[in-house]
Write a protein that binds this ligand. Sequence first.
Ligand code: FRU
Ligand code: FRU
Length: 490
Amino acid sequence: PDAVPGFPAPTQHSQQAYDPTDDFTAKWTRADARQIQAMSDPTAPPRANSMPEEYTMPTVPQDFPDMSNDQVWVWDSWTLTDETAAQPSFKGWEVVFSLVADRKLGFDDRHTYAKLGYFFRKANVAERPENGGWTYGGLVFPEGASGAIFEDQSFSHQTEWSGSTRIFDGNKLRIFYTAVAFYRNEDGSNRKPYDPRIVQSEGRLFADENGVWMTGFRDQHDMLQADGKYYQDGDQNEFFNFRDPFTFEDPAHPGKTYMVFEGNTAAVRGERVCTEEDMGYRPGDPYTETADEVMDNGAHYQLANVGLAVADNAALTEWTFLPPILSANCVNDQTERPQIYMKDGKYYLFTITHRGTYAAGVDGPEGVYGFVGDGIRSDFEPVNRGSGLALGSPSNLNYANGAPFAPDFNQNPGQFQAYSHYVMPGGLVQSFIDTIGTSDDFVRGGTLAPTVKVDINGADVTVDRTYGNNGLGEWADIPSGYAHDIDPTS
Ligand code: FRU
Ligand code: FRU
């Protein structure tokens, strides 16, 4: 892509594949991320969307139905996947895993009380209830199982964060997730840094005509802790990010299983580690900034990366870290829930991020971001005009961000409408509702948003407004429609 007048040109990325074990990390650069501001309309009035419609999730109305029938808050969600990331049903049932919390908690308190819950519904039903027709099945793990891995049992809170679920050999489930222990004082400060670990637990899935249930998950395999070498650890920064495993096989490397996850570049908090390569400007570009300039403004506190690991055994309980596949040094601090999505011979890395985690001097909406290349480790090209923005919530970058619990008066009411977008087969995208509205009138979410659809073509990802009702599909719709049914008894 070329430069927009008044803005720098994006970095040139070749999409070239490297071996998964190579020491090459693609950079989402400052020059790339500034393409987001370049496509925002500087004259968009209060509450208007300043971003291009084709990259914007349609507006979600405030009167949404609750998929849990008042039982739990629901946010990050995923389904059963096989090795190709297809989403099979099981004996005619669709199964969804979600982070859940007690509805008596404030929605913003959910993170330290999150547990893995599950829902099920019959596959291939033409007409469903408005809320998606799910039955809440309860928690997945036995009480106390996910906390048992921590040597230091003096935690103040112990919780289960995102991941993914693979189905093997008929009805064997392997859940990859993040077990987290917090060690907090009464005032909320850290007595010692929190401890997030990537864990796998195996169970069995069962179903009959009445529903779905699971057994097992007593043994928890503590697999990966941030190493401080490729992935920042708690000694380097008590606010580090390390979580959200997603596993898959790569047809280019048969017999291996890989995992992507959220991390940070391994540096001590405050260290001035950003380089001219992280800036990514083309020689002679009139709109460059130097690494020193942006670090003088504090941009080096934002050091997201996407990690890669490779499994060492068939049970997928032992893993080796490989260098990160993407970094966003001096660009953004969180690249969450990464996934690898294959289409037309290309590898898409999709990951979610927040407006509030951008570094000083760069900006962009809440949403899902995409990077395309020829392999799982590539010189990834950020999608959509070189920016990386794949599908954002409707936002106005001319006005303050606010927060989900305190939206800005002038902001687009949809700015926090949805988060944790996960791209499913066929370009369907599910997400959860966080907050809808402006400071004078807003409602909190805690259930899944309407599913939307994106068209993925080369380096272009655009929302399909002919899908559903002006682009909004059914609420909490996580269909198995693009995959097979697994029935171990037939
Ligand atoms: C990338 C890669 C390349 C190699 C090809 C072989 O995934 O390992 O380095 O050319 O795949 O399959
Ligand atoms: C995304 C996220 C994940 C994390 C979970 C914790 O919404 O921040 O990265 O696993 O929420 O609640």
